[in-house]
Design a protein around this ligand. Structure first.
Ligand code: UT7
Length: 322
């Protein structure tokens, strides 16, 4: 049986940092409110001329270097994002070309904040069939470009960034189990109202803003994340007590704490980046994973549970040994 294994990770965060105190100057909010209700203290924000592929290229270079592979080895590129550079060509082809990766399978997928979990799960399946020998998998977002900076309900939450992982076949797991889900009945609770075939004329107007019923999203997120984490554990026959690390989607410290409690995991076993990154949507999980690996906390052979939840709603989890 062939498994897939992450052998290198990388992340990129834009240089510009916006603190809660900066936000106090532009909307009716306080550092205290943002910190207590969300856990966010600062976030990185792209420049107007910076694109999602710019960030992905930098994150990917670090992952490639960490993995010790050559760009010529890569034969699959998948990017989870809702903010691609263009509608087409898809962002993975842009990244493939910019990195000098030879022509290969390259596509992007949209699953909002669950984008990386969906992309990693897809790469896992490509590798298990024998079709892929080396995958570059990314989750990246210029989500602040969708934000209305006059709306305190949403602008305090988000940040930009990119995370990348190199995934290769392995005799031993690696990825042990994956679980994905989605239910479009929740669309109205969290969505962006402008698309290429929907109300395109609203682009650039006040109406082009992330629409979210935060409280409702919060409730479904806690319930669904608990179930999807358990599903990955059950599929693998692993108990929560065996977990070494939880690498959660970084939307809100209170959601993360609820998840950690459900899994009986102390804070020391949870990788937290929400305070520094904010909610970076699809980039959140791969960047948190990279933080935990690079600072030496997540060690080779340890059991890691990643989970995410986002617009759609979409949700998913991946259980793996590093
Ligand atoms: O990543 C995709 C998934 N997304 C999520 O998981 C987000 C889930 N939801 C959340 O994280 C939280 O619901 C929020 C952080 C978005 C909001 O926190 P909350 O505790 O649910 O606050 P709320 O929306 O119930 O608002 C409470 C009060 C309201 O005032 P009133 O009506 O009680 O007078 C808001 O107007 O807080 C007010 N408020 C703010 N006050 C200061 C909302 N935003 C702000 C703000 N600063 N930035």
């Amino acid at each position: 049986m062939t498994y897939s294994r992450i052998v290198g990770t990388g992340r990129y965060l834009p240089e510009r940092v916006m603190t809660n105190f900066d936000l106090e100057k532009i909307v009716d909010t306080t550092d205290e409110w943002i910190k207590t209700r969300t856990g966010v203290e600062r976030r990185h924000v792209v420049e107007p001329d910076q694109t999602t592929s710019d960030m992905c290229v930098e994150a990917a270079k670090k992952a490639i270097e960490a993995a010790g592979v050559n760009v010529e080895d890569i034969d699959l590129v998948i990017t989870g994002t809702t903010t691609p550079d263009l509608i087409f060509p898809n962002i993975s082809t842009i990244i493939q070309h910019r990195l000098g990766i030879p022509a290969c399978t390259a596509f992007s997928l949209e699953a909002a904040c669950t984008g990386f979990i969906y992309a990693l799960t897809t790469a896992d399946k490509f590798i298990k069939t024998g079709d892929t020998k080396c995958a570059l998998v990314m989750g990246a977002e210029c989500i602040t470009k969708l934000v209305d900076w006059t709306d305190r309900n949403t602008c305090v939450l988000f940040g930009d960034g990119a995370g990348a992982a190199i995934v290769v076949p392995s005799d031993e797991p690696g990825i042990i189990s994956t679980a994905l889900g989605a239910d479009g009945q929740y669309k109205e609770l969290l969505y962006y109202p402008v698309g290429q075939s929907t109300d395109l004329a609203k682009a650039g107007t006040d109406e082009a803003n992330i629409i979210m019923q935060g409280n409702e999203v919060f409730k479904v997120a806690v319930k669904t994340l608990g179930a999807i984490a358990q599903e990955a554990l059950d599929k693998a026959g692993v108990t929560k007590e065996e977990l070494d690390w939880l690498v959660p989607h970084q939307a809100n410290i209170r959601i993360i704490q609820a998840m950690a409690k459900r899994l009986n995991m102390p804070t020391e076993k949870v990788i937290l980046t929400v305070q520094d990154h904010g909610n970076t949507s699809a980039a959140s999980v791969p960047m948190a994973l990279d933080v935990g690996i690079r600072d030496g906390r997540i060690k080779k052979g340890q059991l890691v549970l990643m989970e995410a939840f986002g617009g759609g709603f979409t949700w998913g989890s991946v259980l793996m040994r590093l």
